[in-house]
Design a protein around this ligand. Structure first.
Ligand code: AMP
Ligand code: GLY
Length: 417
């Protein structure tokens, strides 16, 4: 099978790594990719937001499957353009990707499907904003309606800050604060059949102890020893299947990866957000544990034949991933700094720990930073404690001027807290 992956972050590196290990994949391309992906896939330049260009590239390469990684191309309809030229594509249509592209649309789908989520108001005027803030009280949760790369959400006790963020958005969702640990649960679907993956936990805040601003995600781990054994079944029944059914009944079937961001509250599971693609950095740990070869699963989603697959199989291993971000991430990340230590990790820590590149590019012989989240180190082990030790050992070998990482990824869970 010839596979073309669209995107160039750590999620796409994780996808390409798994696909490169799949015996059914005999050619693997990534467009545009990054310096790390170049080691497992052949890179092609492309404007990932240009559906016609992606469809042309897929045709030229005679791809059997196109996998669209990030949300922006999905919302822009890139999967539709590829489907239109008759090539199977893993990823939802632009219309179905509105589940991520518009928080108001997601709320409407959840209301219709009876999916539990925070109570919310969609506001477009200062009067509506004030009324919503007062209705819920602190802590205030204010979400830009549109795509914001994980940075459109402000959670704060400061009413003035909440109000200022709300007034800076064209359309804003203000909602009830949900208290409780967060879980990311991904499911692969073809619009009818839903196949859940293993749950993971993401660390969204920039600094240790969940301090600092929200980011795209600073680390993740899986499995979740503290979560009940029925969690996946419960979320399948109350969230994933009803959402997929509702979108199909609306005439906008969702195929691809449905990401449920959940809060486990004292009153039960609530959806915090949906995404229309694999999460980053959760994908790094979930795919590290997936034993079933990936390409066939993605192709069956693309072809609407997921019901033919046997259940997925998983390794007993635990996995931890730690993100290394550039100086001043998430505000104004600095780029262009050389990264050292990559060869040492490959030599000394493989196969249990490895680097997945996010924002990197090659400059002559050097690999330099090219984004806010620069790379993530992923490690596996017989339990979270071992995976964590291996991940941080590798992280310490990486030298990047001014860089930052959290030191507490999976710490509580590894100690059984
Ligand atoms: P989102 O982009 O919707 O996932 O929001 C980013 C982060 O903000 C989430 O991972 C949560 O940590 C936090 N958040 C979002 N919505 C809520 C809520 N209703 N209650 C508490 N925290 C929230
Ligand atoms: N890790 C959060 C996200 O991918 O949106």
């Amino acid at each position: 099978m010839k596979v073309l992956v669209i995107g160039g972050g750590a999620r796409e590196h994780a996808l390409c790594r798994s696909l490169s290990l799949d015996p059914d994949v005999n050619a693997l391309y990534c467009a545009p990719g990054n310096a790390g992906i170049a080691e497992v896939a052949e890179l092609r330049p492309v404007d990932a937001l240009d559906g016609e260009a992606v469809a042309r590239l897929a045709t030229e390469l005679r791809a059997d499957l196109v996998v669209v990684g990030p949300e922006a191309p999905l919302v822009a309809g890139v999967a539709d353009a590829v489907r239109a030229v008759g090539i199977p594509v893993f990823g939802p249509s632009g219309e179905a990707a509105q589940l991520e592209g518009s928080k108001a649309f997601a709320k409407d789908v959840m209301a219709a499907a009876g999916v539990p989520t925070a109570r919310s108001y969609v506001c477009t005027t200062p009067e509506e904003v004030d009324a919503a803030l007062d209705a819920f009280g602190a802590p205030y949760v204010v979400k830009d309606d549109g795509l914001a790369a994980g940075k459109g959400v402000v959670v704060t006790d400061d009413r003035a800050a909440a109000r200022a963020h709300a007034l800076g958005c064209d359309r804003v969702v203000i909602e009830e604060f949900l208290d409780g640990p967060e879980v990311s649960l991904f499911a692969i679907t073809d619009g009818v059949t839903v196949l859940p993956l293993q749950p993971a936990q993401d660390f969204k805040r920039a600094l240790d102890g969940d301090a600092g601003p929200n980011t795209g995600g600073m680390g993740a781990y899986s499995p979740l020893p503290w979560a009940g054994p029925k969690l996946v079944d419960e979320v399948m029944a109350s969230v994933l299947q009803p959402t997929v059914d509702e979108l199909r009944h609306r005439g906008t079937p969702f195929s691809g990866l449905l990401y449920a961001g959940l809060a486990i509250t004292s009153r039960g599971v609530r959806v915090i957000e949906f995404n229309a693609r694999f999460g980053d950095p959760e994908t790094q740990v979930v795919l590290a544990r997936l034993q079933t070869p990936l390409a066939g699963v993605l192709l069956n989603s693309a072809n609407g034949t997921l019901h033919e697959l046997p259940p997925l199989s998983w390794r007993e291993d635990a996995a931890v991933t730690v993100v290394i971000a550039s100086h001043n991430y998430p505000e104004t990340p600095r780029t262009g700094d050389p990264i050292e230590g990559l060869a040492e990790v490959a030599e000394l820590d493989a196969p249990h720990a490895y680097v997945l590149h996010a924002g990197t590019r090659r400059e002559g012989d050097a690999v330099v930073s090219a984004g806010g989240r620069v790379l993530s180190v992923t490690a596996t082990g017989s339990d979270l404690a071992q995976a964590r030790t291996r991940a941080y050992k590798a992280v310490e070998r990486i030298k990047l001027d001014g860089s930052q990482y959290r030191t507490d990824i999976a710490a509580k869970a590894a100690e059984g807290r």
